[in-house]
Design a protein around this ligand. Structure first.
Ligand SMILES: *Cc1c(COP(=O)(O)O)cnc(C)c1O
Length: 404
């Protein structure tokens, strides 16, 4: 036991020495523009609850009703006896919302990525990732056993080079003596979680089709926020029916908990049979599924449209606050990264903001690359214009530009 503790203390010291140590903060209030952390109230610009739904009465009521009707726990995996009516309702609501043949909900977005990628590719296949995709996709790709290739962020030339290489590895049609043709799966996010920039989805769709690959798009930071139906960026760009696997989370703009995969009926049927995070895990609690269904209905309604308009208004107001600050990539997003560079400096800036009553997280390695530490501001429909003004004043006083 003593050696065990010594080894761990050594690991922790190494993390600390790099300025990468993390600790939990105890939050004593629901999600909202103001949160109470360790007994202090802060103006909160760190939540992914973009539409302000996590504490919405309609979601809470749906969760309470589900608990009363179905209890606290689902009791088993969905393939045993845990596939409750609330889960089926959610799957149907998601398919209808996204305009796909079918949908399957998971206990988290992380589980959705792990389950889907492992079900679709394996040894002998190739998986191609944007350099900045979320950790759950990287982990899933590694675990799948497929050959992993990474293309430079949003770089179509880099992607095409890899796809051409992967295509050359494929057996010529008709000549194959293997039972299953090797697969090439490209995975990207539509709106990137730490940079807030957009993937060139139309061009990526064209490329993957030209090279006989499949495409999975993670819309974690786009679902509920883009397009007239608020279905996400792929739909807004008119390419959603050419994306084989549409993924997202129910825990961000949808204000509840869980993840989903949308697409063809055959995709969902395969996932039910093969996605290990779906098969070998207890079904999500009834409250989560019911809250997510309520969120989907709300997002599709006029209230959803109003909240969506409000968050985009806050984004444009914030855009006027620090017009010259360097921002990576292009495309509007509810995520606004303020690049700082050094890990310690990002931490110091976040601490200065906290001392002014504003909570903005410093994002460091391994969430982003070393030396690319940043403040990650997220705006929500629950913020007021005055909140954004207050953030602007605090930022101007708290951050020093280290890059020219
Ligand atoms: C948050 C996130 C996930 C994981 O979703 P959870 O429901 O939180 O597990 C997946 N992909 C991206 C891009 C994310 O930001």
């Amino acid at each position: 036991m003593q050696r065990f503790e010594q080894a761990l203390a050594q690991d922790l010291a190494a993390i600390q020495a790099q300025g990468l140590h993390r600790a939990l903060r105890r939050v004593d209030a629901p999600q909202g523009p103001r949160i109470s952390i360790d007994g202090h109230t802060f103006l909160n610009f760190s939540s992914n609850d973009y539409l302000g739904l996590a504490n919405h009465p309609a979601l809470k009521e749906a969760a309470i009703r589900a608990v009363e009707r179905y209890g606290a726990g689902a009791g088993a995996s969905r393939l045993i006896c845990g596939s409750l009516a609330v889960h089926h309702d959610l799957d149907e609501a998601l398919a209808h919302f996204k305009g796909t043949e079918a949908a399957l909900s998971f206990s988290s977005g992380y589980a959705a990525a792990m389950g889907a990628i492992g079900a679709l590719v394996g040894p002998g296949d190739v998986i191609v990732l944007d350099r900045l995709v979320h950790a759950c996709i990287v982990d899933a790709a590694r675990l799948s056993g497929a050959k992993l290739r990474v293309f430079a962020h949003n770089d179509l030339e880099s992607l095409e080079t890899i796809l051409a290489w992967a295509q050359r590895r494929m057996p010529v049609a008709g000549s194959e003596n293997v039972s299953r043709r090797p697969r090439v799966l490209v995975v990207t996010e539509s709106v990137f979680s730490m940079d807030g920039d957009h993937a060139p989805l139309r061009e990526i769709v064209d490329l993957k089709e030209r090279h006989g690959a499949w495409l999975m798009v993670d819309e974690a930071h786009a679902t509920g926020l883009y397009g007239p139906g608020r279905r996400g960026l792929a739909d807004t760009l008119g390419v959603s029916d050419r994306v084989e696997i549409q993924m997202g989370t129910l825990g961000k703009a949808l204000g509840s908990s869980g993840g989903y995969i949308c697409g063809r009926r055959a995709l969902v049927e395969l996932l039910v049979n093969r996605a290990r995070t779906f098969i070998f895990s207890t079904a999500p609690v009834p409250a989560a599924a019911a809250a997510a269904s309520a969120a989907v209905a709300l997002v599709a309604s006029d209230t959803g449209a109003e909240r969506c308009a409000a968050v985009w208004k806050r984004v444009s107001e914030f855009g006027a606050v620090l017009p010259d600050w360097p921002r990576p990539g292009s495309g509007v997003s509810t995520i606004v990264p303020l690049l700082i560079g050094a890990e310690e400096e990002a931490l110091a800036a976040a601490a200065r903001l906290r001392s002014r009553g504003v909570f903005v997280p410093a994002i460091r390695y391994p969430t982003v690359a070393r030396g690319e530490a940043r403040l990650r501001v997220t705006l929500t429909a629950a913020h007021s214009p005055e909140d954004v003004t207050e953030l602007g004043v605090a930022l101007k006083n708290a951050i020093k530009r280290t890059s020219p």
